[in-house]
Each structure stands twice: as structure tokens, then as C-alpha cells.
Design a protein around this ligand. Structure first.
Ligand SMILES: [Zn+2]
Length: 404
């Protein structure tokens, strides 16, 4: 049960966080894109602050045990607001290449089929990421606060809208190549649009793989049965089997998500995405629960380029990207560290390698400047990625550009 002092501290935290978000939101800056995030966070904070005050008014004393669950819940939510605010703060550094914001925003709007604003944050971690704040708010059960704020700040017709926060490493603020990774990160967001189709592919291939690697899976289950405390052999077997299934399912989802995002990136910007990948990571091999090995990813990406974009695969400059040192390392040198992954790696490799053709079919629905044209309207304002290669949608007088 919280003491009166702890309740006062929580109240003070809510008030100081509220003041800080307002201070940042009201600061003079030329870009208004982060405002939706700040306003939505203030709504979340206001809602939990009100809930907290009402609970204190309802109970006779601060030492009433009824306040305990409210205190814990509000403390958790305030902590989440603080963490989400941290992701959106520091987005107005003079070192940010603001010129990429508009082009990235209209490409994302077209690809994700929702109104997208972009803000950029320089990260201290050597990482490149894109986070959709609409999706984050929904995952945190704050979806209604986002919807209400977005509606009030909408400058277009009512439509699903988000703010994408692009984080990239501070030391490489001026490295244009790195922004090819935006295509991979957008791939993770685009996956949401085709989730059911991709999930069907994953489940089918995983079932196939379980049949092919049945003996290895069986051996792993038998090696990892935990008996004792009167647990029967059947129960121990079933528990080990279920644990393996859960881990396998999670890893497979994440690996397919990475392969899909790599293919989206190749489709959008070609081998530049692989070149950028080399720039941010020196890790060429080892797979983990969340990521396939660099070697497997490069192999699948290369096959996709050769099958779908042979003109790019044959270009001497582009093809040099595939001559990574990773290709000279043997699979054995890249073997995973954990015993579980040693069992799972061939199975997940099987799924990812065979996912190329079915994923390619889904991917054909994603617009691409490498296969299509980008049109600029008479005003010169970008109109999005649209139209077919060589189509006559380009009106007389409009300029037509081949994207790179
Ligand atoms: Zn990824």
C-alpha cells in the first residue's frame, strides 16, 4: 500500500511531466510534425491524472488499501508516457537533414495508405529505426487518445493518420546512404497491410519444415524434458514440446518479418539497402531469435534481385554489393550460439529460403519506383508513387521522372 508521501510523489511526477511536455510542445520550431505526439501524450496524462485524483477523492484516507491498485496502475502508465515522450523528444537538432522529411512523408503515405508525417531523432545508439506512433499508441491501449488528437490536428479529410519517428545514429547524421534503410524499416510497417497473406505463407512453410525436421525436433524435446517433483513423462514431454512450439513460432514470425522487409527495401531502393546495411552493422553472421543471419538475408535478397531485376543484378557497381565478406564465410563459422537455435536454424533457414517466391507474389502489390514511375504534378509537388511503367497517366505538360 502506498504511503501519503508516495502518493504526493506520484502526483508531482504527473505535474512535472505535464509541464515538460507542454514546454517542448510550445517551443519555437519550424516543424510542427511532432505536435500530434505531444498533444496525444498530454491527453493520456490528463486522463490518468484525473483518474488518480478521483480515486483519492472517493476514499476516506490516503492509507486506504483501495488506492493500491490505482496507484500501481497510474504509476505504470505515467512511466510509459515518459518513455514514449523520450522517443519523440530531441527531434529538432540543427544536424538533422530536414530535406528528407517531405519526400519520405509522401512515399510513406502512399505505401502505408495512411496520412504520414515524419519526424527525425538523432540516436545515441548506433541504430536505424522507424516507429509508427499510431500503432504504438494502439499497442499501449491508448488508441482513442491518438484518434481524438489526430482528428483535431488533421489538415486533410478524415483518414487514418500517423507520425513516423525516424531514428538514426547521431555520428552519421550526414550519411545519405543510411537513409536507404528507411525502405527496410517501412517494410516492417507495410507488413501490417498484408499481414494475413504473409501469415498464411508462414504457417504453411513452418508446417512443411516441421515435417522435414521432425527427428531433430523430437530429439531436442527429449533432451530438454524436465522431470522431477512427481511430473509424469508425458507431462514433461508435453511441456517441453509446447515451449519449443512457442519459441519456434515467435522466431519464425520475426525472421519472416525481416526477410519481407529486406525484400521491400530491395524493391524500393535496390541493392543500396544492402550497402546501407553493411554501413550500420559489422555483424555478418550469427542469427538470433529475432534476426536471421546476414548471410541468409543477403542470399535471399540476391536471388530476388536476380529474378525480378536482372538489369540491376548485372550492373557492375550494384553487383559488387553482393560480394560481401559474408559470402566467403562458411555456414559452420556462422553457427548460432544457443543449443535451441542450433536445432531451429536449419528449420528457419528452410522457411525463409522457400518464402521468397510466395512473398514475391505479395510484394508485387507494393508500388515501387524501381519498376514504376514517379510523377510530379504541374506544380512540381510530388503526387506519390503511382501509375504503370510507360502508362499514359502522365498528362501533357507534366514532367515525368525515372526514380533512382
Ligand atoms: Zn528489420
Amino acid at each position: 500500500m502506498p504511503t501519503s508521501w508516495q502518493l504526493e510523489c506520484l502526483k508531482a511526477r504527473i505535474q512535472s511531466l505535464d509541464r515538460e511536455i507542454k514546454r517542448v510542445a510550445d517551443k519555437e520550431h519550424p516543424y510542427t510534425e511532432p505536435d500530434t505526439i505531444y498533444r496525444a501524450l498530454l491527453r493520456v496524462l490528463d486522463s490518468w491524472g484525473t483518474h488518480f485524483d478521483e480515486a483519492r477523492d472517493l476514499v476516506p484516507t490516503d492509507t486506504d488499501s483501495m488506492l493500491d491498485p490505482v496507484f500501481k496502475r497510474v504509476a505504470i502508465e505515467v512511466d510509459k508516457v515518459f518513455r514514449v515522450f523520450g522517443l519523440a523528444d530531441r527531434v529538432d537538432s540543427a544536424r538533422i537533414p530536414f530535406e528528407i522529411l517531405r519526400s519520405l512523408a509522401w512515399a510513406a503515405t502512399e505505401l502505408l495508405d495512411e496520412q504520414c508525417k515524419i519526424v527525425v531523432r538523432l540516436d545515441t545508439a548506433y541504430n536505424y529505426s522507424i516507429t509508427s506512433f499510431r500503432r504504438m499508441f494502439e499497442q499501449l491501449n491508448w488508441g482513442k487518445f491518438w484518434a481524438e488528437t489526430a482528428e483535431n490536428h488533421s489538415d486533410s479529410e478524415p483518414r487514418k493518420s500517423t507520425v513516423l519517428v525516424l531514428g538514426f545514429p547521431s555520428p552519421d547524421a550526414s550519411a545519405i546512404l543510411l537513409h536507404a534503410l528507411a525502405a527496410h524499416e517501412l517494410g516492417h510497417e507495410i507488413l501490417d497491410r498484408y499481414h494475413s497473406e504473409i501469415e498464411r505463407i508462414r504457417v504453411r512453410l513452418l508446417n512443411d519444415a516441421k515435417g522435414v525436421y521432425r527427428d531433430q525436433l523430437e530429439e531436442y524435446i527429449l533432451d530438454n524434458m524436465r522431470r522431477g517433483g512427481g511430473v509424469s513423462r508425458d507431462d514433461a514431454y508435453e511441456k517441453a514440446r509446447q515451449q519449443l512450439e512457442v519459441r519456434l513460432d515467435n522466431a519464425c514470425s520475426k525472421w519472416i518479418s525481416e526477410i519481407w522487409s529486406d525484400l521491400v527495401a530491395i524493391r524500393l531502393v535496390g541493392p543500396a539497402s544492402l550497402a546501407a546495411f553493411d554501413r550500420v552493422t559489422l555483424n555478418e553472421g550469427s542469427p538470433s531469435d529475432s534476426h536471421p543471419s546476414g548471410l541468409l538475408r543477403r542470399r535471399v535478397a540476391e536471388r530476388y534481385v536476380r529474378e525480378k531485376m536482372p538489369h540491376i543484378a548485372e550492373d557492375p557497381i550494384c553487383s559488387s554489393v553482393f560480394l560481401s565478406p559474408a559470402t566467403s564465410l562458411s555456414e559452420r563459422q556462422l553457427s548460432p550460439s544457443s543449443q535451441l537455435l542450433k536445432t531451429l536454424y536449419p528449420l528457419l533457414d528452410y522457411v525463409c529460403t522457400r518464402s521468397l517466391d510466395p512473398l514475391s507474389n505479395v510484394l508485387d502489390q507494393v508500388a515501387s519506383p524501381n519498376r514504376q514511375q514517379i510523377y510530379l504534378g504541374k506544380s512540381g509537388a510530388p503526387r506519390g508513387i503511382s501509375g504503370q511503367l510507360g502508362s499514359s497517366k502522365c498528362c501533357p505538360g507534366q514532367r515525368r521522372y525515372q526514380a533512382v
